[in-house]
Ligand binder design. Sequence first.
Ligand SMILES: NC(=O)c1ccc[n+]([C@@H]2O[C@H](COP(=O)([O-])OP(=O)(O)OC[C@H]3O[C@@H](n4cnc5c(N)ncnc54)[C@H](O)[C@@H]3O)[C@@H](O)[C@H]2O)c1
Length: 288
Amino acid sequence: MLCLDNYFTGRRTNVADLEDLPNFELMRHDVTFPLYVEVDAIYNLACPASPIHYQKDPVQTTKTSVHGAINMLGLAKRTGARIFQASTSEVYGDPTVHPQTEAYWGNVNPIGLRSCYDEGKRCAETLFFDYWREHGVEIKVARIFNTYGPGMHPNDGRVVSNFVVQALQGKDISIYGGGMQTRSFCYVDDLIEGFVRLMESPPEITGPVNLGNPIEFTMTELAETVLELVDSPSELTFHPLPQDDPKQRKPDISYARETLGWEPKVQLREGLRPTIAYFRALVGAGFV
Ligand SMILES: NC(=O)c1ccc[n+]([C@@H]2O[C@H](COP(=O)([O-])OP(=O)(O)OC[C@H]3O[C@@H](n4cnc5c(N)ncnc54)[C@H](O)[C@@H]3O)[C@@H](O)[C@H]2O)c1
């Protein structure tokens, strides 16, 4: 098992529990450069996923998605490997259809602050399907919706990590917009089960397939649940919504249910407990 990372947002400690496995190898590599190794399956997850990180160097973000896809697809073509792509619900942009099915083409601003990520991921999907059509590469494209769990970066501005860290520190909880915009949150273990099922599915199942939790929560509901579980005295504060922030997003997972027999099992409260424990340890150790 070869694990590649350029450590832009990742850390060696994320895979510390794997490093002693006899067949595990960790390698510093940037996917925007070609790679010549022998493999029989590729999971391409390389790309900063939070706006704070992907907007830091937007040109590099597009390169990571587009050149990264070309390099990994080239590797899959040369070796005959099956290849998984971590695409995103951001390909739907600020959706005019709700909930989103895989047939929806999206409503994406091509020139906004989020475009480097959204359009990069859309172009990566195009490349995956062209390699499949032109070269017969066996592709598996998952459109991932908001995911959370232990191991998240504490300072990347995602809503779950923001709320939990602010609650643990007794700081006000920042809600962007009026608090009524919704998101659905998938626990990381459920998501990984979806990845594995998709990767093990028959070759004709290419995706794109939505993987996410269809149960919607408003930002206010999420904040209140976090405050209750942390037992925090923090107050809610409201701030203007950032540019192009989608107001509502929820996956239709009928296709994943039918083809993969997959659906999320972990309820929000259940998943928040280990997530809070993870952040509590980071805050306690002074890492946040
Ligand atoms: N977390 C979510 O809710 C979510 C939702 C939709 C899609 N995704 C996708 O899933 C994947 C993983 O997301 P995450 O939340 O773990 O993000 P993350 O930012 O925590 O992790 C991304 C990883 O990719 C690495 N990376 C970035 N650029 C690279 C490059 N050029 N070469 C090699 N490695 C590089 C980072 O160092 C890090 O280890 C991403 O492709 C993301 O777009 C995530």
